[in-house]
Design a protein around this ligand. Structure first.
Ligand code: ZN
Length: 388
């Protein structure tokens, strides 16, 4: 059974060979989907009939959002902490331990229900691929069950045993790093595609981060790094040194960090929901783009510093606050996220790619930034199946 998405006013393919500009835009387009993949793209006038037809009614269609950074396996709620911050308290990352305690105390079913709820919420807003990290268990058993549950919802799972040093190891962080590099990694690796470290003052320093990421790499995991979020530091340069797929946050960068990223295959993943929710200065996307660094946008969805699953919200922030054009932000939220996950089958609409796309309730991709806070996702098509 095939599906024709017809009467598309503006199709964003992200393939410059298929259409106009860096977004590869095709006007008055149609897309033929077969067995979860794109079989044909072209002018609607040349489309052949299919078993099923979805009429886009002249609206814009874009690739499904690729959210390459999310922490969905957790329990509890930190709304009071958010309110305190908005009343003037500073964000230190210390609240992560609150979520660790709640997550350890939760049942598998409770954790699974939260991931399922947030995954559905993201899908409704056009997210067709989502990366999910562990990192609120911080014991061998709790990290493994976090990854097992994440795996039920995505193939892009990330082992983040090095999120913070848990309370029982506060006075002996070297022992915790030993646990992460040894028994925890051995048990977690079969359930993960990636390894990640929160490389930041108060979390893990450069030596500990390098040790953890290096053994993760040797175990076959790809590398991602939480880098330079709360202040300047070694995270970005370490990510580039290790050939990481992505350095995430990149809020506090010096010229050598930007140069390192520019000469590398490491994507700078910017997470403006975190700056929004901690009332902090945003990363300078313009500086990175002008240096020809590949930029991705992601939500960083987590209960402490960015409790949103909305990629359109991140696009609007990136355009308004970070110097990105609407086209750059849409690319970063789709193709950029795919590149940050080293995927070539998503984030782009071309024959052979996965049929993941969003039919907008708008005539143009520009509306995602132009009409902030408005639900503009009419249909999410995931693996060739329209949501409704
Ligand atoms: Zn994060």
């Amino acid at each position: 059974m095939n599906l024709l998405i017809d009467n598309i006013g503006e199709l964003v393919t992200n393939d410059p060979a298929l259409g106009r500009g860096p977004l590869g835009i095709v006007q008055r387009a149609a897309v033929l989907v077969e067995e979860g993949q794109i079989a044909w793209i072209g002018r609607a006038a040349y489309a052949q009939p299919a078993d099923r037809r979805l009429d886009a009614e002249g609206a814009a269609v874009i690739p499904g959002f690729v959210d390459s950074h999310a922490h969905l396996v957790f329990a509890g709620d930190r709304a009071p902490e958010f309110a305190a911050r908005m009343a003037g308290e500073a964000y230190t990352g210390g609240g992560i331990r609150t979520t660790v305690a709640a997550t350890r105390a939760a049942s598998d079913d409770d954790l699974r229900a939260t991931v399922e709820r947030l995954r559905r919420e993201a899908l409704r807003q056009g997210t067709t691929t989502i990366e999910i990290k562990s990192g609120y268990g911080l014991s061998v058993a709790d990290e493994v069950r976090s990854l097992r549950i994440a795996r039920e919802f995505t193939e892009e799972t990330t082992f983040l045993g090095a999120h913070v040093v848990p309370p029982e190891y506060t006075d002996r962080p070297d022992d915790y790093v030993g646990l992460v590099c040894g028994p925890m990694l051995r048990s977690a690796a079969p359930h993960a595609r990636w390894i990640d470290v929160f490389c930041e003052r108060g979390a893990f320093d450069a030596d500990h981060s390098r040790a953890i990421l290096t053994v993760g790499q040797a175990a076959g995991l790809g590398v991602r790094v939480h880098a330079n979020q709360l202040g300047p530091g070694p995270g970005v340069r370490l990510a580039v040194e290790l050939g990481a797929a992505s350095a995430d946050h990149c809020t506090h960068l010096d010229d050598s960090d930007v140069d390192a990223l520019a000469g590398s295959s490491t994507v700078a993943t910017l997470l403006p929901g975190a700056e929004f929710s901690t009332r902090s200065a945003y990363p300078d996307a313009r500086r990175l783009l002008d240096a020809r660094v590949a930029v991705a946008l992601a939500t960083d969805c987590n209960p402490g510093s960015s409790y949103t699953t909305s990629m359109p919200f991140c696009i609007a922030l990136a355009v308004r606050e970070m110097g990105m054009t609407p086209a750059e932000a849409v690319w970063a939220a789709t193709a950029g996220g795919a590149r940050a996950l080293r995927r070539t089958d998503i984030g782009v609409l071309r024959p052979g790619a996965r049929a993941d796309m969003v039919v907008l309730d708008a005539p143009s991709h520009l509306h995602l930034a132009y009409r902030p806070g408005v639900p503009l996702v009419r249909h999410t098509v995931h693996n060739g199946v329209p949501s409704r």
